[in-house]
Design a binder for this molecule. Structure first.
Ligand code: 6PG
Length: 271
């Protein structure tokens, strides 16, 4: 599997992670408002991790926050730790402060199943249920599915306007880890992930084809511990080895870094 160069990443570098979060929150607000003006609604995929959560905190405090009609925003997750509902390590739990800060329509907040939900500890059944929820939403908006321009099948997922990702130090995105079977999955939109190298070991994750169905993919990375991952993922051509290199949007791919995470990148690579 090789990386499609349909939208080579545009690299935006901010002085530090605080200003990165605030600037990204402002950009996300603009993108969501534009999507709502164009299509009447917006669909955003959230990510876990420190940078994903920092963005949500900045979003909750952003001056332009209320220019978004939050009742017409669909929120999805790119991955989730397969733990009981309310567990502090769940991405959904960590997003709670933001979810409570804006007037979302609860029916449009699509949390991934918990391990004490209707599917019990069957992570595969939980992943299949989330895939079905995505397919229903895709059906409702008349998008997703079929073949894409690269001749590969596109899973039935909605046309996400912005899909947010964090970057692991091993270049993982969502819960797609290097050389892990989940990275190679191309037929399904959501998979259960076992024995993940980043705890907790059992997770649910969108697959690369599902990530690549998004209009825009925004990858967030801050800190010197991400500098090598950013450098190798941007050079990477095999998503099985560097999953972040396969996370491309259909219309745009943004890499949003702070100076520390961008330290190994050539000046010419930056916007
Ligand atoms: C998760 C995340 C994961 C995360 C990266 C980066 O559930 O753990 O989705 O993909 O985004 O590991 O995490 P940090 O931003 O905390 O470094």
């Amino acid at each position: 599997m090789t990386t499609s160069e349909r939208t080579p990443p545009r690299i935006v570098v901010h002085p530090d992670k605080e200003r990165m979060a605030r600037a990204t929150a402002a950009s996300l607000i603009t993108t969501v408002v534009d999507a709502q003006a164009t299509r009447g609604h917006a669909s955003v995929v959230l990510t876990g991790g420190r940078n994903g959560n920092a963005l949500l905190a900045a979003l909750a405090e952003a001056p332009g926050r209320d220019t978004v009609d939050w009742s017409r925003v669909d929120l999805w997750w790119g991955d989730e730790r397969f733990l009981p509902d309310g567990d502090p390590d769940r991405n959904h739990t960590q997003a709670r402060a933001f979810l409570d800060a804006v007037p979302l329509d609860p029916a449009r907040v699509h949390a991934m199943p918990a391990s004490d939900g209707p599917h019990g500890d069957d992570v595969t059944a939980a992943a299949e249920a989330y895939a079905a929820e995505l397919a229903t939403a895709a059906e409702a908006e008349g998008s997703g599915g079929g073949e894409n321009t690269e001749g590969t099948s596109v899973p039935r997922v909605p046309s996400f306007d912005v899909l947010l990702l964090g970057l692991g130090p091993d270049t993982h995105v969502a819960s797609l880890f290097p050389e892990h079977p989940a990275v190679a999955e191309t037929g399904r939109s959501v998979v259960g992930v076992r024995e993940a190298p980043k705890p907790p070991p059992t997770r649910i994750s969108l697959t690369l084809p599902a990530l690549r169905a998004a209009r825009e993919v925004w990858l967030l990375a801050a800190g010197e511990d991400k500098a090598e991952a950013a450098d190798s993922a941007l050079k990477g051509t095999d998503p099985l080895r560097t999953p972040a290199s396969g996370a491309r949007g259909r219309e745009r791919t943004l890499w949003i870094l702070d100076e520390a995470a961008a330290a190994l990148l050539p000046a010419s690579a930056r916007d």
